[in-house]
Design a binder for this molecule. Structure first.
Ligand code: 0WE
Length: 263
């Protein structure tokens, strides 16, 4: 029997079969969880519905995390389908494209800052607020995805780094507030992965190659690596863990200097 048998999980942020959310969905399904999904807009509705079918899910609803009415409608759908909820996976981030190119000062307008923080950090609080009534009294778990740019400067990551720093603080404040209600809140800080969100970021391949040479494990991480850690954190195996940011990055974040084996 899988370690998520009988758990009901809502996955927010699935876009393609390369999404981190897809690695998480497959790992949780393998461990016995029942899954529901949201999609951001009609352009990706059919693809998300088809992927949901591959993990035996037909609970698929629209939700743009920047619109409260859509969040409320999606949780009403969960209440109708399941009556309760154990796990919410938040795998959503966005900054306007021009915010992620060039220098930080030049790229960071007030509007880019607002959008990045709203979509990438506040949305976790919004999901917690809307999901709480369905999760209370069931030993639930919230999980979000962060990146090293929250705590170190990374070229061109720019205002997304500030938004991820806010997201990691969000995890700690939510953990403190929801812990007494039996809900754990954690983040995974994943190493770079070639997802749809990463495609089209100039120099992304160079970043992957750098990580593959410098990380202790001498490889980049996969969505399966992240999915397995996510399933663990959202299961009772991690019953004592909350407010944590767990690095799933091949160890990259833990070295201060590293030489390629060839050097
Ligand atoms: O968090 C991210 C990327 C999230 C992201 C991606 C995009 C691309 C398309 C947020 N907003 C947008 N907006 C778009 O218009 N990562 C951890 C991946 C990533 O993105 C980078 C990175 C890494 C790593 C951007 C610059 C530098 C490094």
């Amino acid at each position: 029997m899988g370690f998520m048998q009988g758990r009901k999980a809502l996955i927010v942020g699935l876009a393609t079969d390369r999404s981190i959310a897809w690695g998480i969905a497959r790992a949780m399904r393998r461990e016995g969880a029942e899954l529901a999904f949201t999609y951001q807009n009609d352009r990706i509705k059919d693809r998300v519905t088809q992927l949901a079918g591959q993990v035996d899910s037909s609970v698929v609803m629209p939700m743009d995390v920047s619109i409260d009415a859509e969040i409320d409608a999606a949780f009403a759908g969960i209440r109708e389908a399941w009556g309760g909820l154990d796990v919410i996976v938040h795998a959503v981030a966005f900054a306007p494209r021009e915010a992620l190119t060039g220098g930080f000062v030049e790229a960071t307008t007030r509007e880019n800052f607002r959008v990045a923080h709203d979509v990438s950090s506040y949305s976790l609080t919004a999901l917690a607020r809307a999901g709480l009534p369905l999760m209370e009294g069931r030993s639930g778990a919230l999980l979000t995805l962060s990146y090293l740019g929250a705590v170190r400067s990374v070229p061109a990551y720019n205002v997304m780094g500030l938004a991820k720093a806010s997201l990691e603080a969000n995890v700690r404040f939510l953990a403190a507030d929801l812990g007494p209600k039996g809900i754990r809140v954690n983040a995974i800080s994943a190493g770079p992965i070639k997802t749809l969100a990463a495609a089209g970021i100039p120099g992304f391949r160079k970043m992957l190659h750098h990580v593959e040479k410098a990380a202790p494990l001498r490889r980049s991480v996969s969505t399966d690596d992240v999915g397995n850690a996510a399933a663990f954190l959202c299961s009772d195996l991690a019953a004592g863990v909350t407010g944590e940011v767990m690095y799933v990055d091949g160890g990259y974040s833990q070295v201060g200097m590293s030489f390629d084996d060839a050097d």
